[in-house]
Write a protein that binds this ligand. Structure first.
Ligand code: MRU
Length: 330
């Protein structure tokens, strides 16, 4: 079952708010339904958001063709940080002069491309790690950069999946990923499905897992990579990069080329989503903090390029910490 798919005149997604208890699909038949699914993280993860952006324009083309431009603005603005969302919208919108049918064809191509390229990315990342680390590789990951963050296969988890295919994956540590728990709910669900031995730790324990020598590498995804190689990913990624540098182990970012934003010189230019304080201050609908307490709910953080050992895409491996970032001469 794909994370997100096109059914001729509507979008179907796996509703990730219901995992791991229920594996259910949701049909999205209007642009507002799609926008709400993005905002509520029913569909999430940068590559899946790129596809959602593309399919959002296709949905507008078949449901409200007279209001495609307006719909594109709404989809583009549903979440600010993952550049893939705007990239997917813009790529499909560029075909609009050829008519609504061309828009749908392009959106479906974005979908199919994502499924293809993640396998290439995963294999390249696995090879990069095996050139540097003994097999089997133990790794730490954060949030969910798996099949459920893409159409299928995954980016960071796609690298681990490729290692597993080669029988070169040992134990995986997954941060739980407060406050929406993508690690313990979704990554752990994927690892269990792959029959990979895995352990969940609270986010603040991630650096200790590294310092204690339990893993040979940190492998994460990205929502946006700036031209200088700064990496924006789920909040809690930056401390892992600091700990990896201190321990002398590789900090690897796996992401498609569409996540690299050459229009943003460095991480400071990336809009960081700040989500509702309620996500932090309540638990299962119950407030857990005093009434006067506020929360600052950053959804993402910025890892400086000099802490990033490798950025693995479907096309290449960049090594920002060694001065070979996206904007550096090849
Ligand atoms: O808020 P989310 O769950 O959409 O955040 C997702 C992440 O931070 C992922 O690591 C990133 O999008 C890469 S997914 C391949």
């Amino acid at each position: 079952m794909r994370t997100i798919d096109w059914r001729g005149d509507h979008v179907v997604i796996i509703d990730q708010t219901r995992l791991p208890h229920e594996l259910v699909q949701a049909e999205l038949r209007t642009v507002p339904e799609l926008v709400e699914a993005i905002r509520s993280l029913a569909v999430r993860g940068a590559p899946a958001l790129g596809v959602a952006g593309a399919l959002g324009v296709a949905l507008a083309a078949v449901t409200t063709p007279e209001r495609i431009a307006e719909a594109a603005v709404a989809v583009r603005g549903a979440r600010p940080t993952a550049v893939n969302l705007a990239w997917g919208v813009d790529r499909v919108l560029a075909r609009l002069p050829e008519g609504p049918a061309a828009v749908v064809v392009e959106a479906v191509e974005v979908l199919e491309e994502d499924a293809r390229l993640n396998r290439a990315l995963g294999s390249r990342g696995a090879s990069w790690l095996l050139e540097r680390l003994p097999s089997p590789v133990n790794a730490l990951t954060h949030c969910n950069a798996g099949a459920l963050a893409c159409v299928e296969w995954g980016t960071a988890l796609g690298v681990l999946r490729s290692l597993h295919e080669r029988q070169a994956l040992g134990h995986v540590y997954a941060d739980e990923t407060r406050p929406l728990l993508q690690g313990v709910r979704i990554t752990a669900w994927e690892l269990a499905g792959m029959e990979v031995p895995h352990t969940v730790v609270v986010d603040s324990a991630g650096p200790s897992v590294i310092a204690n020598g339990l893993v040979g590498a940190v492998v994460v995804g990205a929502d946006r990579i700036a031209a200088n190689g700064d990496v924006v990913n789920k909040v809690g990624t930056y401390p892992l990069a600091l700990a990896a540098a201190r321990a002398g182990i590789p900090f690897v970012v796996a992401a498609p080329e569409s996540t690299i934003d050459m229009g943003t010189p460095d991480g400071r230019g990336v809009p960081i989503e700040v989500r509702s304080a309620d996500e932090v201050l309540t638990w299962r609908g119950q407030r857990i903090a005093p009434a006067a307490t506020q929360a600052l709910n950053y959804a993402f953080d910025i890892t400086p390029a000099d802490l990033v050992s490798a950025i693995v895409t479907e096309a290449r491996v960049l090594e920002p910490a060694a001065g070979r970032g996206p904007g550096d001469p090849a």
